[in-house]
Design a protein around this ligand. Structure first.
Ligand code: TRP
Ligand code: ZN
Length: 884
């Protein structure tokens, strides 16, 4: 089947498997040159399948050594093999199939299946990696009990782990040993895991709500033992939270986490044996930023929560991926909100969604949260499946309220425990528990694209009514049907939120003082009339970002200031500040065409000054509002992205703020208690972010003193948040007087942290995202650096990913040098690690958004990639969809 074009798989073609696998015995003999995998599968023919139905197993890159069916050795006539399948004829109702394969994990650079990371063996089976280990029914609706034996050299691999409980272990000849693990819970093979290596361990325990003691172990390299506390605390907090909020208790007696350096994603929820990218588990103040601490907490929680939403209830097929991912992201977001600052968490999540997911949904890879088809499932672990999927679950939560939502989730877990379920199963549990109709709501899963909601308000002084008119514009498809959109809102008067009384219609008015409500917007155009409105209000719409839509409302700048300073909802206050900033930047973009140094609206700067002066405000809010919308977000808002204009206008506004508020920033910076010992609490994180944003602005000004403050912070910092803020302020500075300091900072930082791989990732990414014009040259130079490793995804993301995704002005260089640089790397990675290659392609796929010159340059690179020999399914799908 060489050179045949990869084919799409369709949801409508789903049918049950012809055989079930009740029990799976696996035995791994790990040798340095190869690994022998022996399996014994107990197969039962599906009652729906005819008697002579052949068994079609998945398998890739396997060397078949032997096959026995019901103890009889099979010969070439009894089966057929190709690159992707093994077909066995004439099975009985009940069968035992024994299969021996030989694989080479040491040569496996794709990081799926069984592979080596540094000195250890580990696995990554989701979504379809198990087929690179042995022949199997590699699909999530085949759930089996696993018994796994591992044998290996005892000196090199003293630790042998798999899912479930250890049931046996012992010595073997020639310095080898073995361990046998049994997982009593049936699971699909994508949740299988194996680890063998020489790792140290931190141990703790947790007593569940029913009084069972669970052993908790985190395995890391010896040198990282001092970086496990935060992950362990996060794990225990997650276990407690899932009991308190969802009534979900852990089921096995042991829960293990293993940290590995080479990993394609953040982490993986394998039953009882989660495998983590080191970047998502290791943390200590000296080496980890605040964002890093929060990431560890969130990912530990995410993987732990999968034990119920993903493992106990799994997905019937990969079209249901958002069933586990959307729900689990919603759960981890809510957990993090409860652990830290709810508003800050919401702002961060919405920022990511509006910047990245909206862009994805407006591009050629746009897809439904429940897709109809795919070529390579690895390409569908997207912001749409995860983040938009979570927003959909959040809307259900908003529509039902916490009690009915909990009733719905209880019913969902109760009905589907031990099963492979669908998104429809989830929704029907929510519908049945609440008595509500979700048929229109289902469009959120089946219609791709971001709806636009236009809002207009009309105050009638005589009637004391306020009429809100909402209109939804659907994503382009002709057959699109209106969405069921929960709009959380209030009406803001001069002295705060006004009491609400909605004419005729039903709504849930939530607060005791009736100042907050959720209106359900279900028609293409709909009116909501509020009565008894004593003054002309400013509407506060989409509080908490209650739906993933693009809201359009013509707020005046005075309205925005009122919202910024007075709304009850932190998200709306922040959003108003962003809208104000966007208006101001757009104004400067337009003016820059005519003059080099246009004015910046004083009202905006005054509003920011007001924030800085008001010590009663939450420093977290102030820090968030001082951050101008990113270049990526401004690009997302544009019709045609003008990279240079966005960059220069944004910089111009930043400089103006820096100048005008210099004294305020200096005061904020100096007021900060620089001797405060590090804690990763919401409060302290907020203080540090305010202090460091002040430093950022100070470094944009002309004040010499700022440079020495920054230098001092860089030298004296006792935590990575402060150290990295100062380091990047120096490296990103465009002042020519700083060249010497810059070089020194880059060298010293490397020297100081050269033994900490995760800190060196920051060293790469700060340099790769520098705005200076020699950055691409520097990135190419860094690819030759001894600390760079093209086989390691974290290194690729921090050097190449930072350059292509966080440095628009340089990546989109008008000569196309950034594009050809990226295409060259993708062509290389296509053979070594297709998953990462396809992911790194993302910025090139957005070509339609740019000017004609850039469009042509980007398209040419995509065409060049497309004609490479042996294109992986991963890269093939992304390239053809973005050109087609
Ligand atoms: N299920 C994992 C999660 O969301 C995602 C994941 C980890 C993954 N590794 C992967 C997906 C490799 C595809 C390929 O937590
Ligand atoms: Zn997940």
């Amino acid at each position: 089947m060489k050179d045949a074009q990869p084919k799409a798989i369709y949801l409508k073609d789903y049918r049950q498997p012809d055989y079930w696998i009740n029990k799976t015995h696996l035995s791994f003999d790990l040798e340095e040159e190869f690994t022998i995998v022996s399996s014994s599968l107990e197969l039962t023919r599906n009652a729906n399948a005819a008697e002579n139905t052949p068994l079609v197993l998945h398998g890739q890159e396997l060397e078949l050594v032997s096959l026995h069916l019901n103890d009889k050795e099979l010969t070439a006539d009894d089966y057929s093999v190709d690159d992707e399948t093994l077909v066995i004829h004439s099975l009985q109702q009940q069968n035992t199939l024994r299969c021996v394969t030989k694989i080479k994990p040491q040569d496996n650079t794709s990081l799926e299946g069984l592979y080596r990371s540094r000195t250890m063996y580990c696995t990554q089976c989701e979504a379809e990696g198990f087929r690179k280990i042995t022949y199997y029914l590699d699909r999530p609706d085949v759930m089996s009990e696993f018994i796994t034996k591992i044998s290996a050299d005892k000196k090199r691999y003293p630790l042998l782990l798999s899912n479930g409980n250890l049931i046996e272990s012992g010595e073997l000849d020639a310095g080898r040993h073995y361990a046998v693990w049994h997982d009593p819970f049936k699971k699909p093979c994508y949740l299988f895991a194996l680890v063998a290596g020489d790792l140290a361990c931190v141990e703790d325990s947790y007593t569940t709500m029913s009084g069972r003691d669970i052993v908790l172990r985190i395995f890391v390299e010896e040198k990282d033992l001092d970086k496990c506390d935060h992950a362990m605390t996060s794990l225990k907090n997650s276990m407690k939270w899932d009991e308190d909020v969802y009534g979900r208790e852990y089921d096995l007696d042991i829960f293990m986490v293993v940290a590995v350096d080479d990993f394609n994603m953040g982490a993986m929820e394998n039953k009882g044996l989660n495998i983590f990218n080191t970047s998502c588990v290791l943390a200590k103040p000296e080496t980890t930023t605040d964002a890093g601490f929060q990431r560890v907490e969130g990912v530990v929680a995410h993987e732990y929560f999968h034990n119920w939403s993903g493992n106990r209830v799994t997905c019937r097929d990969w079209f249901q991926l958002s069933l586990k991912e959307g729900f689990t992201v919603f759960r981890d977001q809510e957990f993090s909100a409860d652990m830290g600052s709810r508003t800050v968490k919401r702002v961060e999540d919405v920022s990511l969604l509006r910047t990245m997911q909206f862009a994805e949904d407006a591009g050629p890879m746009s897809h439904q949260v429940q897709p109809d088809s795919f070529i390579e499932i690895s390409n569908f672990y997207t912001l749409t499946i995860y983040e938009k999927g979570s927003e959909i679950v959040r809307m259900i939560h908003t529509l039902l309220g916490p009690e009915l939502f909990r009733k719905g989730s209880d019913l969902y877990f109760q009905r589907n425990d031990g099963k492979a379920a669908t998104i429809d199963d989830f929704i029907s549990a929510m519908a049945d528990a609440s008595g509500r109709d979700f048929s229109q709501f289902m469009h959120w899963y089946k219609q791709a694209g971001t709806p636009v909601v236009k809002a207009r308000g009309q105050y009638n002084e005589n009637d004391q009514t306020y009429t809100l008119e909402l209109e939804q514009k659907l994503p382009s498809s002709a057959s699109a049907k209106p969405f069921h959109i929960p709009v959380a809102m209030g009406l803001l008067g001069e002295a705060g939120s006004l009491p609400l009384k909605l004419q005729g219609q039903q709504t849930n008015i939530e607060t005791e003082d009736n100042t907050h409500c959720v209106v359900e917007f279900t028609d293409t155009k709909q009116r909501f009339i509020f009565e008894g409105v004593k003054e002309e209000p400013v509407p506060a719409l989409l509080r908490g970002f209650s739906a993933p839509v693009k809201l359009q409302y013509n707020h005046t700048r005075d309205d925005l200031v009122r919202l910024m300073t007075q709304d009850d909802d932190g998200f709306c206050r922040w959003d108003a500040s962003q809208q104000f900033a966007v208006q101001v930047i757009h104004e400067v973009m337009a003016a820059l065409v005519l003059e080099p140094a246009p004015k910046v609206d004083e009202r905006f700067i005054n509003a920011l000054r007001g924030l800085l002066a008001d010590s009663s405000l939450d420093p977290a809010m102030v820090a968030l509002m001082l951050q101008l919308p990113s270049e990526a977000y401004l690009a997302e808002l544009a019709v045609t992205v003008d990279v240079d204009s966005i960059h220069h206008a944004r910089k111009r506004v930043e400089r103006k703020i820096a100048q005008a508020l210099h004294d305020d920033f200096m005061r904020v910076y100096c007021d900060y208690d620089h001797d405060r010992p590090y804690r990763a609490t919401a409060d302290d994180i907020a203080r540090r972010s305010l202090k460091n944003i002040a430093l950022h602005y100070l470094m944009l000004g002309t004040d010499k003193e700022a440079i020495s403050l920054c230098e001092r912070q860089w030298l004296n910092a006792t935590n990575m948040t402060d150290e990295l803020s100062a380091f990047s302020a120096i490296v990103h500075s465009t002042k020519s007087s700083l060249e010497e300091l810059k070089t020194k900072a880059i060298n010293d930082f490397y020297h100081k942290w050269r033994h900490e791989a995760l800190v060196i990732n920051h060293w790469f990414s700060v340099q790769a995202s520098a705005p200076g014009s020699n950055t691409l040259m520097r990135v190419k130079e860094l690819m030759e650096h001894s600390a760079f490793d093209i086989k390691n995804p974290n290194k690729l993301r921090s050097l190449i990913g930072s350059f292509t995704m966080r440095n628009p002005i340089n990546f989109h260089n008008a000569k196309g040098e950034g594009y050809s640089f990226l295409a060259d790397r993708i062509i290389y990675l296509n053979t070594t690690n297709p998953q990462i290659a396809a992911r790194l392609l993302t910025p090139l796929t957005k070509w339609k958004r740019y000017d004609e010159n850039r469009q042509n340059l980007m398209k040419a690179e995509l065409e060049r990639i497309k004609v490479q020999p042996k294109l992986s399914k991963d890269v093939y799908e992304v390239v053809t969809k973005s050109l087609g």
